[in-house]
Ligand binder design. Sequence first.
Ligand code: OFO
Length: 162
Amino acid sequence: MISKKMEEAINNQINEEMYSAYLYLAMAGYFAEQNLMGFENWLFVQYHEELGHAEKFYKYLIERGGKVKLMAIKEPTATWKNPREAFEAVLNHERHITGKINELVDLAEKEKDRASFAMLQWFVNEQVEEEANAQDILAKLEMVGDHKQGLLMLDRELAQRK
Ligand code: OFO
């Protein structure tokens, strides 16, 4: 049986992951408005990944005999100055989520909850990838600067994500 503290922390994390999904869906919509459908595709795939993260925590909580408690998802930002600002927001958000995962790992250690500690290792590794992906796209956007042609090339690259 999972502890009440860990149950509460995982329920909070389900909300964090749902907010991530919501944020990236809002961002996909923002890119669709600019007719940058490759960026829209990348973020729409990311939205699904975040739903998958929330589901992973949800399933785990049930497996451990915990009680799922869903909370309101806050309204995400819906507009950014330009693609670079949007991806700065992605990177900052992923750094925030990495912090949250690290707090969960600390709690699992404190509570001597080995099962949660083991489950969380997947998320520790996933966050390395999440931050690296955001960093990579942001670096490319910085290289591209104000050149429309570069932006369209990057858009075509991001359209490949499945
Ligand atoms: Fe769930 O990793 Fe991004 O937020």
